[in-house]
Ligand binder design. Structure first.
Ligand code: AMP
Length: 212
């Protein structure tokens, strides 16, 4: 498999970009956050466990997450192209991927963006329950119950962990864990960086260039 990992703080745009890059159906996109939120919505065992951590902005244990991602990757053919968004979050998770030659990471792309922008983005983010697209209240004034611009479907809502107090906790955990991940991938020589404080289309173009 060719696995690209998107690294970056919550709100740095990894999900938006990964979703677009996977639109053609040629790339598989796995967002561990989305997988966990789906498990919560389904009321499954892992969902019940995940909710406790997510609501506090804390990371789930590595073994739970490694099992989740392995279950997602195992059925894919060796020729698959994969983008991982939100995984790995710790060096132990990164090492678990690299342990098997099949899931060895080809490149890690770090989405760089100033922290003050992240706080604004996250607390103003509204997400579609059906398709997962996210919007910002400033660019799409939020009215409760307003439907999604992308799928015209369900209502937009604010993630429980996008509240101001939980955002602070998530960003501080991110900073601590990300340093280790950057050194890990930089040591292996497969770390790339991108300026994620630009227009969505421009970032997309840089990503396509970096990943080709
Ligand atoms: P995200 O949508 O990527 O911001 O993830 C939302 C939440 O899901 C995180 O704050 C964690 O609680 C949990 N989560 C997602 N991915 C992971 C991971 N790789 N390791 C541990 N927890 C995770």
């Amino acid at each position: 498999m060719r696995i690209t990992v998107f690294l970056g703080a919550p709100g740095s745009g990894k999900g938006t970009q990964a979703k677009r890059l996977a639109e053609d159906g040629l790339v598989h996109h796995f967002s561990t956050g989305d997988m966990l939120r789906a498990a919560i919505a389904a009321g499954s065992e892992i969902g019940l466990k995940a909710k406790v951590y997510i609501d506090k902005g804390e990371l789930l244990p590595d073994d739970v997450m490694i099992e989740l991602i392995n279950k997602a990757l195992n059925p894919l053919p060796d020729s698959s192209k994969v983008i991982l968004d939100g995984f790995p979050r710790t060096v132990a998770q990164a090492e678990a991927l690299d342990k098997s030659p099949r899931s060895r990471v080809s490149e890690a792309i770090m989405f760089e963006i100033p922290e003050e922008i992240l706080v604004k983005r996250l607390t103003g983010r509204r997400v579609c329950k059906k398709c997962g697209s996210s919007f910002h209240v400033e660019f799409m004034p939020f009215e409760p119950g307003k439907s999604c611009q992308d799928c015209k479907g369900e209502f937009l809502y604010q993630r429980t962990d996008d509240s101001a107090d939980v955002v602070g906790r998530r960003l501080s955990i991110f900073k601590t864990q990300n340093e280790g991940l950057l050194s890990y991938y930089s040591r292996l020589g497969n770390l790339k960086k991108i300026d994620a404080n630009k227009q969505v289309d421009l970032i997309q173009k840089s990503l396509v260039d970096l990943m080709s």
